[in-house]
Design a protein around this ligand. Structure first.
Ligand code: UTP
Length: 291
């Protein structure tokens, strides 16, 4: 029997060094794309996939992330008094059911795999999604919903994958492919950040996963991988052959918001799509592009 997917883990304990000094005192996941912080995009996406329980793996300096989902009584009262109803409705949309968000602490950033292991009590024996908030996906059907739909058919593990330029395989977790129908890929192996000459394909995992709880026992060995970090990719690779393991070429466009250029591109793409901002942004962009 395939267990329903109801849990999601959001690892947000990284240092965000690529975004210093912005991330010196503020969490990378609170950086806004247009007017919404990255973490909110991720939580909204998970909710749209039927997720009911949310676990944030936090570290030092990340309290604003949790507060963002709390009730802000004074702010709400002030908005109400001033008749700012749209803004008030916006805030209320953010509100989560009591007890839906759990936080666990990763005291030291020892790697993404270690961050997931920190959520082991929350995960228990259940399947769970992972969303890395700095990967932002613009799509018709939310990316996690696309993964959840496949998971509810195949069971096992499903990861979102996309083609990357061959010379960039050393930045990503790369798939070794057993079979490929153009949409769904059966995975034979996974390699974290291989050099282009060693890469088994150009298909890379992005920051969206559905995994079974079995990954925790592999993570628990705390084996260090690439960059001397506990790598999630290495633990996932050990599950291949024991549970169904698929890659889904999701429909949509991914923006790497942990990277400055990716982040700027996301700002423009999301602003251009907005009815209230798109025309103005398009108009001023012409001044820069033609310069
Ligand atoms: P990144 O590789 O983007 O690392 O982590 P980072 O520290 O956030 O950013 P840079 O590279 O220094 O600029 C991918 C995801 O895994 C989380 C991060 O918060 C991010 O969501 N992560 C990473 C942890 O939660 N703990 C870790 O030990 C490492």
């Amino acid at each position: 029997m395939i267990k329903p997917l109801r849990k999601a883990v959001f690892p947000v304990a990284g240092l965000g060094t690529r975004f210093l000094p912005a991330t010196k005192a503020m969490a990378k996941e609170m950086l806004p794309v247009v007017d919404k912080p990255l973490i909110q995009y991720a939580v909204d996406e998970a909710r749209a996939a039927g997720i009911e329980q949310f676990c944030m793996v936090t570290g030092r300096g990340k309290t604003a992330i949790v507060e963002h989902f709390d009730i802000a009584y004074e702010l709400e009262a002030t908005l109400k008094m001033r008749g700012k109803n749209a803004e008030l409705a916006n805030l209320r949309d953010l509100q989560m059911p009591p007890g839906a968000i759990t936080t666990v602490r990763q005291q030291e950033p020892l790697g993404l795999g270690h961050a997931i292991w920190c959520a082991r009590s929350f995960i228990g024996d259940d399947p769970f999604a992972i969303l890395l908030p700095d990967d932002l996906v613009m799509s018709e059907v939310p990316c996690t919903k696309q993964l959840a739909d496949v998971y509810h058919e195949t069971g096992g593990c499903v990861v979102a994958v996309t083609e990357v330029p061959h010379e960039q395989t050393n930045r990503y977790g790369i798939l070794d492919i057993a079979s490929d129908d153009g949409r769904l890929v059966e995975i034979r192996g996974l390699v974290e950040k291989p050099k282009p000459e060693d890469a088994p394909s150009d298909l890379s995992i992005i920051g969206r996963y559905v995994l079974t709880a079995g990954v925790i026992e592999h993570l628990a060995r705390m084996e260090r991988g690439q960059g001397n970090e506990v790598q999630l990719t290495d633990a996932m690779a050990k599950m291949i052959g024991h549970v169904p393991f698929h890659g889904l070429r999701y429909e949509g466009r991914r923006f790497d918001c942990g990277d400055k250029v990716g982040f700027l591109e996301a700002q423009l793409a999301f602003a251009l799509k907005r009815e209230d901002l798109g025309p103005q942004v398009r108009a001023f962009l012409k001044n820069y592009v033609n310069a």
